[in-house]
Design a protein around this ligand. Structure first.
Ligand SMILES: Cc1cc2nc3c(=O)[nH]c(=O)nc-3n(C[C@H](O)[C@H](O)[C@H](O)COP(=O)(O)OP(=O)(O)OC[C@H]3O[C@@H](n4cnc5c(N)ncnc54)[C@H](O)[C@@H]3O)c2cc1C
Length: 261
């Protein structure tokens, strides 16, 4: 099946969930073919270059002059009846084009939306679950926690920028939640990995879902492999990298993947 071309979405409303997380609710007249149950999937957000109008045709045409800026985000919710697509944006510093755009997003602003891809669901047939990530992965982890079976057990470790960024999460009571506060994500730290290592390793088959800053995620992936996790039940992905814009980070990720294969 061919992938649908990018859609144009407009902002319906935008508000802060916490000091560093801004929710943008998009809408469009025509969303009937938007797939359901794809929360946690990522998509490409297409933004106009500074001072220009959005021209999504410039992407396909290979027109470099007003090519949209492309960034990767997670589908947090899709409400079919209300024709709403919901995305949570981390407001990070230094900001980039996408976080700056989200910080001032207002009703009527338009973006391009290419995707969503396949949902990134954890394997719910596992005996227990481990989630870890920073605020870039919070939308996908929250979506995953919402669809776990009621009896699920395990651990979630979330790194956030401030106490006020600890948001309520809907999760089974058997999933223990630990918050790590890191006010400066631009400094490399082992806070997330060391908190993950402090969680007991339970018996039976584990499934793990980890995403966030690339350097931290590489260490957590190594720890999980050393702990004997079955790689078919492991999702580990660098969502951004200290000191790199997404364009540069994606190039580095491809090089890493080639080196590993
Ligand atoms: C599969 C996938 C799903 C993602 N889903 C989400 C999502 O739902 N919500 C979300 O907020 N992000 C998400 N991200 C992360 C997002 O794509 C990056 O944070 C992206 O770099 C933001 O673009 P930007 O234009 O704001 O910053 P860029 O121009 O890419 O970068 C500018 C500067 O900001 C720094 N930076 C980038 N990201 C962060 C960060 N998270 N924390 C601190 N500093 C940062 C960079 O190192 C760089 O110095 C996802 C990434 C992937 C790969």
């Amino acid at each position: 099946m061919s992938r649908p071309g990018p859609r144009i979405l407009s902002v319906k409303t935008a508000y802060n969930l916490s000091p560093h997380m801004r929710r943008v609710v998009f809408t469009a007249d025509e969303l009937d073919d938007f797939p359901e149950h794809h929360e946690s999937a990522n998509f490409k957000l297409l933004l106009p270059p500074p001072g220009q109008h959005l021209n999504i045709d410039a992407l396909a045409a290979g027109d470099a002059t007003n090519r949209p800026i492309v960034r990767t985000y997670t589908l947090r919710h899709y409400h079919r009846l209300e024709r709403e697509v919901v995305v949570d944006f981390l407001l990070h510093q230094p900001a980039g084009p996408a976080s700056s755009w989200a910080a001032t997003a207002k009703p009527g602003d338009v973006v391009g939306f290419a995707g969503p891809g396949k949902p990134k669901w954890i394997d719910t047939s596992a005996d227990w679950f481990l989630f870890a990530g920073d605020m870039s992965a919070l939308p996908a982890i929250a979506a995953n926690l919402e669809q776990l079976p009621k009896h699920a057990k395990g651990y979630t470790v979330l790194e956030v920028i401030s106490e006020e960024d600890k948001v309520p999460l809907q999760k089974p009571s058997g999933i223990e939640l630990t918050w790590v506060i890191n006010p400066n994500p631009q400094q490399p730290t082992d806070a997330l990995i060391s908190t993950v290592q402090q969680q007991p390793w339970l018996g039976g088959n584990a499934a793990a879902w980890v995403a966030g800053e690339s350097g931290a995620i590489k260490k957590i992936r190594r720890y999980l492999k050393d702990s004997g996790i079955d790689k078919r039940r492991l999702y580990a992905s660098g969502y951004w990298q200290i000191g790199m814009t997404e364009d540069v980070h994606q190039v580095e990720k491809r090089k890493d993947a080639e080196a590993e294969s």
